[in-house]
Design a binder for this molecule. Structure first.
Ligand code: NAI
Ligand code: MG
Length: 339
């Protein structure tokens, strides 16, 4: 029996890469029964809201969504759709694995999973200005919030992920030498949690700036990284850069009430409708989604087919230096799946 899941085609290249993912899933023997819902610009045209109630209701029911990129309109006072989704469903964990997939990239044989705290830190954005004299914005103040409970949840998530996926080490990334309270609490909880996993998963800790340097000098030393919201945002893009850019980066937003899977890149309006969008990041997100519902075999078959097409068949979309259209790439994967 199939499991209901919400499908949001999204904007720009969204519908093109979502179609690719759905077709490939069919060839794989999709465990999902899609409930198609709107989001982004597509939704504004219908309901004046980039995140309509029907879409939220669907995710609340299915607890599982695959989402194409959404265009957040500039101006008009719309809040980021992604932030709204995180808050609505308490999606406290942002999982961003990166892996070298195309030979000749900047770094070979990288395989790192970044786990980012998704709700707190400086991104709660409790901000205000203090006026001085004529200048209403003379001073800007922002307050970050990390709780012991929130830190424990995300760090335990990282250790559990490591355990479940045969990973050896979790690196807790912080800036406890300067932000002694805000990120000190995170480091402190990191050491507490690590004790529970002693003998099963190793733990070390590192200051964020040193991590940024080490990721470029010797990225192979990292396995799983867990960090606070702002650091995670920055380091996860850096990680994507190590393996060829956002076109290869999947993301999962996971909470107790739902999990939403997506490509990390945006709606790429510059190439929308041209049939050349790379569906890889979304396909890798599908892999995470399959793992999330305990279908690791399907996830592995998908990843093997992707590797074969990239490495052996040499079929790649233009952003990876190839000539394949989205459709060519999709068909190559389906062929490798025996379809
Ligand atoms: P973008 O990621 O859409 O595009 C940046 C560059 O990368 C463009 O040149 C684009 O053609 C290329 N690119 C991105 N994905 C690609 C793919 N799959 N295949 C081939 N080339 C690809 O970032 P941009 O232009 O800053 O944002 C466009 C829109 O997307 C904005 O409205 C933004 O708000 C939204 N966005 C949505 C996200 C989401 O829903 N998760 C995340 C990031 C941006
Ligand atoms: Mg980001």
């Amino acid at each position: 029996t199939k499991r209901p899941a919400t499908l949001i085609p999204g904007d720009g290249i969204g519908p093109e890469i979502v179609k690719s993912a759905v077709d490939i899933l069919e060839a794989l023997g999709s465990p999902f029964e899609w409930d198609i819902q709107q989001g982004g610009l597509a939704a504004i045209e219908e309901s004046r809201d980039p995140l309509p109630q029907a879409t939220l209701d669907s995710i609340r029911r299915t607890r599982l969504a695959l989402k194409g990129p959404l265009t957040t309109p500039v101006g008009g006072g719309f809040r980021s759709i992604n932030v709204r989704l995180r808050e609505e469903f308490g999606l406290y964990a942002n999982l961003r694995p990166v892996r070298s997939m195309v030979p000749g990239g900047r770094f070979d044989e990288i395989d790192i999973v970044l786990v980012r705290e998704n709700l707190g830190g400086l991104y709660v954005a409790f901000e205000h200005y203090i006026p001085i004299g004529e200048d209403p914005h003379a001073v800007a103040i922002s307050t970050g919030v990390n709780t012991r409970e929130g830190s424990r949840k995300i760090i335990e998530f990282a250790f559990d992920y490591a355990l479940k996926n045969g990973r050896k080490k979790v690196t807790v990334v912080h800036k406890a030498n300067v932000l002694k309270a805000l990120t000190g609490i995170f480091l402190e909880v990191g050491h507490e949690v690590a004790k529970k996993y002693e003998g099963r998963v190793k733990m070390d800790d590192r200051i964020v700036d040193a991590t940024a340097m080490q990721l470029v000098m010797n990225p192979w030393q990292f396995d799983v990284i867990v960090t606070t919201n702002l650091f995670g945002d920055i380091l996860s893009d850096q990680l994507a850069g190590l393996v060829g850019g956002l076109g290869m980066a999947p993301g999962a937003n996971i909470g107790p009430d739902a999990a939403i899977f997506e490509a990390v890149h945006g709606s790429a309006p510059d190439i929308a409708g041209k049939g050349i969008a790379n569906p890889l990041a979304l396909l890798l997100a599908v892999g995470l989604m399959l793992e999330h519902i305990d279908q690791p075999d399907l996830a592995n078959r998908l990843r093997t087919a992707i590797d074969q097409v990239l490495r052996e068949d040499g079929v790649r979309t233009p952003d990876l230096g190839g000539k394949a259209s989205t459709g060519d790439f999709t068909q190559s994967i389906i062929r490798r799946l025996g379809g």
